[in-house]
Design a protein around this ligand. Sequence first.
Ligand SMILES: NC(=O)c1ccc[n+]([C@@H]2O[C@H](COP(=O)([O-])OP(=O)(O)OC[C@H]3O[C@@H](n4cnc5c(N)ncnc54)[C@H](OP(=O)(O)O)[C@@H]3O)[C@@H](O)[C@H]2O)c1
Length: 278
Amino acid sequence: MSKVWFVTGAGSGIGTAIAKAALRASDRVVATGRNLDKVCNALHDVASEKLAFVQLDVADETQAKAAVEEAVKRFRRIDVVVNNAGYSLLGNFEEMSLPELESQLATNFYGVVHVMRAVLPVMRKQRSGHLINISSMAGVIGFRHCAAYAASKFAVEGLSLSVAAEVEQFGIKVTLVEPGFFRTDLLDERNVRWPSKSIEDYAADAKPKDVWSAYNGTQQGDPDKLGKVLVEIARMTNPPKQFYAGSDAVMTIRPALEARLQEIKDYEALSKSTDGTF
Ligand SMILES: NC(=O)c1ccc[n+]([C@@H]2O[C@H](COP(=O)([O-])OP(=O)(O)OC[C@H]3O[C@@H](n4cnc5c(N)ncnc54)[C@H](OP(=O)(O)O)[C@@H]3O)[C@@H](O)[C@H]2O)c1
């Protein structure tokens, strides 16, 4: 059956690719973004009555409510929400200011919160729906220079896994997507934010900008292929709770999770030693 998608940050990269893949599957799409011209330009070649454009800066709760209302007005329901909008603040944690950290969370975490709070009543009423929350490898593993970004994505993981257990009873599914490196604008000079402050002690290390900029334009993941796979996942009766997208994600996350399991084994006796004898 044709589905109605609601995609945040649809003006580039993975968001655009998902919107196009859903339209190719004959679904309907509400493509949202904070810069609506950019979203319209990115999708102008697939414009049709199955595609609606709606203004949404996810950091703004009021806009999230209004965008969901607009989507329901247009297509009467929402089947799949893709919380995709995001950016990365990269650098040493100590060099970040609190406002820089808060802005990262305002988009990457609270943006997801705002959209989920707006859309869950709709899905609950429908007794169906699928939330697809785009996290990251950095939502599963901590990486150097990624403290703020990883914190925002780990928060999305905790939120999603917990809410999933609460809303399953209403027929609502939740899937986290942990992409490896995908060829998008995420690491483009214009989009990455770097800490405004620098601390001399970190100067001897490789500069975060040099490390991360090197990935830009060389990422292996193809957003169009990910879009297609997410359309497939949205049609599954039992979709994955956590989907690791790309062979780099699988190759990085598998050993990290195996190491975590090993640590449980190594420290099992010490863990159990904290049990009370009440
Ligand atoms: N590409 C990767 O390697 C990779 C890996 C792991 C996870 N991810 C995640 O995938 C998602 C999509 O990123 P991408 O790779 O496709 O990068 P992208 O091409 O830079 O797309 C990010 C989109 O998010 C939008 N956005 C940023 N802040 C927003 C806000 N406050 N409100 C609404 N839209 C906002 C951007 O819009 P503007 O043009 O207005 O800034 C842009 O369209 C992100 O959540 C990212 O963390 C990507």
